[in-house]
Design a protein around this ligand. Structure first.
Ligand code: GDP
Ligand code: IMO
Ligand code: MG
Length: 427
C-alpha cells in the first residue's frame, strides 16, 4: 500500500488541513513529520471549525491512527489543549494518537526567547509565530535539546533542563535584559505533563515501519510550505525546519520506495503572513483589504492578517520542482468568483532582464517586478459544483493554463471550506 504526501507549495495556509482531512478517507495512518505548533490547520467536524496546530488533521476520522514524528518540535501545553478541544467535540485521542519519543520538546522559555529575539532584532525581525520553533530546533541541532522520551528519566531530564535553563537565563538577563526564569518552576510545571503524555508516547518510527510492512495506507501531512523551507525558501524569512519532501524521510522514517503521490497544495492566489518578499502582493491596498475579508485570510495560529496577492506561477513551478510533485491541488478557487479579471504572474522583470526562474538570492526576489498574464473572471457561484465540466469556461481556462505552465495535472480543485466542497479533475 502506498505512502502519499501532502505538501504546501507557497508560504503556508494553502488549505493542507482540509485536503489531509479529505484524503484521510482512504488513509489508515496520518503523520506530521516537521514543524510544530506554528502550524494552523483548519478542519470541519459536524459543522464546527477546528484549528489544529500539532495533532494531525486525520484525527477527526474515527479509525485513523495519527502520529507525531521525530522531526516535529513538540509543545506539550498545546498538545494538551488540543486534546481537550477535540474531547469537547466528542473526538477521543487515546489509543489512536501517538508522539515520538525522539521528538524534541518545546519549553515555555523557547517561546519567550522567540519573542525576545524578535524584539532584539528590531527591524530585522522575521514576524515569527512566537511558538518557540526556532529556539527549539536550534537546541536540537546544537545538541542541547531535550526529547519527549527524556521526560521518563528523572535524573537525565533534571540535569539537561538545568543546563538549558542556565544558558537561557544568561541570554535573558545579559543579552535581552529581561527577568531570569526559575528552574524549579519550569521543572514542576513540566513534570505535570509526564503523566498526561504517558499513554501517547511511543517509538513511532518502529510503529511506522511495521505499518509499512503490513501494507497500511499512510498519509504524510506537511506543515508550512516550500517557500518557508529553511533551505529552499526565501531565507532568512523562513521557518526553522525543512518543509519539503526530504523531511518526510528524516522526520518520520518512511521508505522513499513506497511513495506514490506527492500532492502539492496551492491556493488559486497567494498569501503570506510574517515578513519577507512577496512579489505578487496586491499593490491596490483597499482591494487587498476587501479581498482578505472575503477570503477570510487571517492566521489560524496567530490571527494576523495575511498579505494577499495574485498566483505566482514562477514561484509555484519552483516549489513543484523542489518537491517533485506529481499531483497538484488547487484550493480556494471559489474566492476568485466575482472578479472581472484575474492575473497570474508568469515571469519576473529583474533589472533589465525577464526571468522565469525563482532566484536563489532573497534580495533578488525582493526586487523582481511581476509580469502578469490576464484571464477573464466568472460570476457564477462555483461553490456547489462537484464536476469539472460544470465549471464556467473562464474558470476552466484559468486551471488549464496553470496545468500547462506547471506541467503537472490538477488532481483536486477545492471550492469551499467543507470536506465535500471538492472537484476531482483527474482521478
Ligand atoms: P493550512 O495551514 O494549509 O491547513 O491552511 P489554513 O487552515 O491555515 O488556512 C486555510 C483556510 O482556508 C481555512 O480557513 C480553511 O477553512 C479555508 N479553506 C480551505 N479550502 C478552502 C476552499 O476551497 N475555499 C474556501 N472558501 N476556503 C477554504
Ligand atoms: P501552516 O502549516 C503560514 C511563518 C511565520 C513567519 C515564519 C517563521 O499553517 O501553513 P516560525 O514561527 O515558524 O519561526 O515563523 O514562518 N509561518 C507560517 N506561515 N502558515 C504556517 O503554517 C506557518 N508557520 C510558520 O509567519 O513568517
Ligand atoms: Mg495554516
Amino acid at each position: 500500500m502506498p505512502i502519499n504526501v501532502v505538501l504546501g507549495l507557497q508560504w503556508g495556509d494553502e488549505g493542507k488541513g482540509k485536503i489531509v482531512d479529505k484524503l484521510s478517507d482512504e488513509a489508515d495512518v496520518v503523520v506530521r513529520f516537521q514543524g510544530g505548533a506554528n502550524a494552523g490547520h483548519t478542519v470541519y467536524y459536524n459543522g464546527n471549525e477546528i484549528k489544529l496546530h500539532l495533532i494531525p488533521s486525520g484525527i477527526i476520522h474515527r479509525d485513523t491512527i495519527c502520529l507525531i514524528g521525530n522531526g516535529v518540535v513538540f509543545d506539550p501545553e498545546i498538545f494538551a489543549e488540543e486534546i481537550s478541544v477535540l474531547n469537547g467535540y466528542g473526538i477521543k485521542c487515546p489509543g489512536k494518537l501517538f508522539v515520538s519519543k525522539r521528538a524534541h520538546l518545546v519549553f515555555p522559555f523557547h517561546k519567550e526567547f522567540d519573542g525576545y529575539f524578535e524584539e532584539y532584532k528590531g527591524k530585522g525581525s522575521l514576524g515569527t509565530t512566537k511558538r518557540g520553533i526556532g529556539p527549539a530546533y536550534t537546541d536540537k541541532y546544537r545538541r542541547m535539546g531535550i526529547r519527549v522520551g527524556d521526560l521518563y528519566d528523572d535524573e537525565l531530564f533534571d540535569s539537561r533542563l538545568k543546563t538549558l535553563v542556565d544558558y537561557y537565563n544568561k541570554m535573558f538577563v545579559n543579552v535581552f535584559e529581561k527577568d531570569a526564569i526559575n528552574y524549579r518552576r519550569v521543572r514542576n510545571h513540566f513534570i505535570n505533563y509526564k503523566n498526561l503524555l504517558k499513554r501517547y508516547v511511543k517509538d513511532t518510527e518502529e510503529m511506522l515501519y511495521n505499518f509499512q510492512q503490513e501494507g497500511k495506507n499512510i498519509l504524510m501531512e506537511g506543515a508550512q510550505a516550500a517557500l518557508l523551507d529553511i533551505d529552499y525558501g526565501t531565507y532568512p524569512y523562513v521557518t526553522s525546519s525543512n518543509t519539503t519532501l526530504g523531511a518526510v524521510f528524516t522526520g518520520a522514517g518512511v521508505s522513499p520506495f513506497e511513495i506514490k503521490n506527492i500532492f502539492g497544495v496551492t491556493k488559486a492566489y497567494t498569501t503570506r503572513v510574517g515578513k519577507g518578499p512577496f512579489p505578487t502582493e496586491f499593490s491596490d491596498k483597499p482591494f487587498e483589504k476587501d479581498f482578505r475579508k472575503k477570503a477570510g485570510e487571517f492566521g489560524a495560529s496567530t490571527g494576523r492578517p495575511r498579505k494577499c496577492g495574485w498566483l505566482d506561477l514562477v514561484a509555484l513551478k519552483y516549489a513543484v520542482k523542489m518537491n517533485h510533485v506529481n499531483k497538484l491541488i488547487i484550493t480556494k478557487l471559489d474566492i476568485l468568483t466575482g472578479l472581472e479579471e484575474i492575473s497570474a504572474c508568469t515571469s519576473y522583470g529583474s533589472g533589465d532582464k525577464e526571468i522565469d526562474n525563482f532566484p536563489s538570492e532573497t534580495f533578488e526576489v525582493e526586487n523582481v517586478k511581476p509580469i502578469y498574464t490576464k484571464f477573464k473572471g466568472w460570476e457564477e457561484d462555483i461553490s456547489k459544483i462537484n464536476r469539472y465540466e460544470d465549471l464556467p469556461d473562464t474558470a476552466k481556462k484559468y486551471i488549464e493554463f496553470i496545468e500547462n505552465y506547471i506541467g503537472v495535472d490538477v488532481f483536486i480543485l477545492s471550492v469551499g471550506k467543507k470536506r465535500e466542497d471538492i472537484i476531482y479533475r483527474h482521478k
